[in-house]
Design a protein around this ligand. Sequence first.
Ligand code: SF4
Length: 388
Amino acid sequence: MRNNAGDEIARRLAAAGKEISIYVHLPFCAGKCPYCSFVSMVPKYGEIEEYCKLLRSEIRFFGDRLAGTRLSAKTLYFGGGTPTLLPPAEWRRLLDCIRENIALAEQIEISVEANPESLTEEHVRLWREETVARISIGVQSLSDGELRWLGRLHDAARARAALSMCVGYGFSVSADLMFGLAGQSIRSFSSSVKEALSLGVEHLSLYQLAIDEKSRWFVTPPEGRSDGYPFYRWSQWYLPRKGFVQYEISSFALPGKECRHNSSYWRNDPVLALGASAWGYAEGVRYCNERTLESYGKTVRRSGHAVAEMETHDTAKRAREAAILLLRTSCGILFEPFSSRYGEDALSAILRILEENAPSDCFVRNAFSLALSPKGMRVANALWSLIV
Ligand code: SF4
């Protein structure tokens, strides 16, 4: 990638308007889960400190280039990996560096991901002081047997303690839960969901177990996985009765507790990506940083940034991608803003494909928008494959 790719991304972000989102990737985990191929590794001695140093250089690179623009960050999200492997002192340095170099909007939403086995009260106290609003905890299940089967490093008691502590400190807490596990029944899944709600969780991200290519289980798949459809259907039935709104395919929240950062991705708003393998978006360009720790370190030391790949597509392709992202959300495609961004022709072509090839009860349509119905969300992959 050209040395000046970082300058181009900064220029595009500055041209994109007044507000951006920032995603920071923290690629360390205490062990590797057998189904996962995310970019994450078990850190060697000193690696976390060195990585954080590089991140701070990358932040300063973009801070210098965005200085003088009226741009501010409306959301800041730390994802992983397991961000709670960073000791509190590194968190402090990282957050200070961001505040010193990039303007943050007054109403900024700061979110962090955490795993129960490495989350400490020190983390939580520091995040409170640093005005973090949301903590998303990788609970996965509140059944010890299911957690063991998944190869997770925490047990249910530790997950409960993490949820209670974060709720007790006043954060808006989200729990990731998984379905489709071996031996899992609706009863065991629903008791994880119900218990999470009773502990004060305001947001749930529900995922079917997916075995990534390149993961350990991809080579030797485990036996006994269950079909995810009934679990998803149960969630769509149960959670609205508890006041939760399904605002995206995998995401349910109490009103006002939706994740604004993730919503920026689904709307194709500008995102500055920091850290190894982080993805960003800037005025029609989707880009990715160097993926390995080694190449990330080499590129940041040489060029100040780590932009490795930039994809630019013609308007029709961008429109199709945007439609798929928007159809993940309950708002769906709003006709007016969509056609002014991508053109009337692109909108008409997408609507025609969907209307001619998919059952009408998969959609909720009115004069202004088209969104997936609960049934449409259950078969979303098949619908998207029509548009790609
Ligand atoms: S699933 Fe999460 S905790 Fe497990 S290896 Fe992947 S990123 Fe790490």
